[in-house]
Design a protein around this ligand. Structure first.
Ligand code: AQP
Length: 352
């Protein structure tokens, strides 16, 4: 049994309802960085699940623009990325009527609770984060490693805890950060009294770790420059076909799902499985050669991204800004209450 609130005090206000009716549906929260073009890994690892979970959860989804600043950015770059990724999420089926959909920096409670969470996060815990180790040594860090890159898992914990979140749908790369969020929530609760819901992660069976098509030992990533290895959600049909055709496999010619021994082929099977809701081992039995597997995987991916691209074209900047403004108001209403609860638990003097 996890320490802390196992459920929110009920009845609480359903964030999706214009009538503010009480709801006892589990709450789901997740975020995405506006740090570059969203790719197939983001879609299969996270966004696809976000879309589905709107049906039976109280959903809160966020563009985490403050996280994007952990790696050096040009002025204005995050703003442009925020519009792009928000538009992509709307086109992918995130429905601002059914979900709270907003930008992290529009709700100041994130930064405030982020500070409180740093006070219950150990230096040693942050030092063990593999994302920090990877990103601080990567070319993209351009020699400058910000303190924020080191501490942002505490801000991520705040993002989640501010919404009394029960479930966090993420890709496998976020497993370690999620564990940290659970640990710091539990520590806060035991130090200051029962304050936060301790969240669970939800990682998809297929598509949890989509690998780079050229370097199948690395995850597909926004901030890594791998033009042939990354399938972007905005890629044309020609680009997608070319990237899958050139995907790195191996020389033994056998189509078999084995991540260790056959990372390239297994990645293709996993992408096909995630896009068609099938099982990668079962799918492998349908193929004797790599060529048809590559062609079918490209086609399955196109059947997902082409309709999203079509929808994108119909969403204006105003549509995006309007949706985000409504979402920020709804998000603030929840987050400010939880932040007050945290300040009260710690025992800070409150302004009259
Ligand atoms: N390759 C992936 N396979 C499956 N899921 C993935 N996610 C990211 N890459 C993959 C999931 O997408 C969600 C949003 O990711 P993010 O942008 O917040 O963070 P990230 O993991 O840092 O994304 P990138 O693409 O790798 O960007 P950079 O290079 O900037 O770090 C998360 O749920 C994540 O698990």
């Amino acid at each position: 049994m996890v320490a802390g609130r196992s459920a929110r005090p009920l009845p609480y206000i359903c964030v999706n309802s214009s009538s503010a009716a009480p709801s006892d549906r589990p709450r789901v929260f997740s975020g995405i960085q506006p740090s570059g073009s969203s790719h197939l890994g983001n879609y299969l690892g996270a966004i696809k699940n976000w879309h589905r979970l709107q049906d039976d959860h109280d959903a809160v989804y966020c563009v985490v623009d403050l996280h994007a600043l952990t790696l050096p950015k040009e002025a204005g770059e995050v703003l442009a990325g925020t519009m792009d990724i928000a538009r992509m999420l709307l086109a992918s089926g995130i429905d601002p009527e059914r979900s709270v959909f907003f930008v992290q920096s529009h709700v100041p409670a994130h930064a405030e609770l982020g500070w409180l969470m740093q006070t219950v996060t150990a230096y040693g815990e942050l030092s063990r984060m593999t994302q920090f180790k990877d990103k601080s040594t990567r070319d993209g860090a351009s020699g400058f490693v910000s303190a924020a890159l080191f501490t942002y898992p505490a801000l991520q914990a705040a993002d989640i805890l501010l919404y009394d979140t029960n479930v966090v749908p993420v890709g496998d790369d976020q497993r370690q950060h999620l564990e940290l969020s659970r640990d710091v929530a539990t520590r806060f609760n035991s130090r200051y009294g029962d304050t936060f819901v301790v969240p669970e992660h939800r990682i998809p069976e297929a598509g949890a770790r989509v690998m780079d098509l050229q370097h199948p030992e690395n995850k597909m990533s926004k901030s890594v420059d791998s033009p042939l290895g990354t399938v972007n959600m905005l890629d044309t049909r020609k680009e997608v076909e070319k990237k899958f055709k050139k995907a790195v496999t191996d020389n033994d010619g056998e189509v078999r799902f084995d991540r260790e021994a056959k990372p390239g082929v297994s990645n293709l099977l996993e992408i096909l499985a995630a896009t068609t809701d099938a099982d990668p081992t079962t799918l492998a039995a349908n193929y004797e050669q790599y060529g048809p597997l590559k062609a079918d995987t490209a086609e399955a991916v196109l059947s997902i991204i082409e309709p999203i691209q079509e929808k994108l074209a119909s969403i204006s900047d105003d549509d995006v800004s309007d949706a985000l403004a409504v979402g920020a108001a709804k998000a603030s209403a929840i987050a400010e209450g939880v932040l007050d609860r945290a300040y009260d638990a710690v025992g800070l003097m409150r302004r009259r």
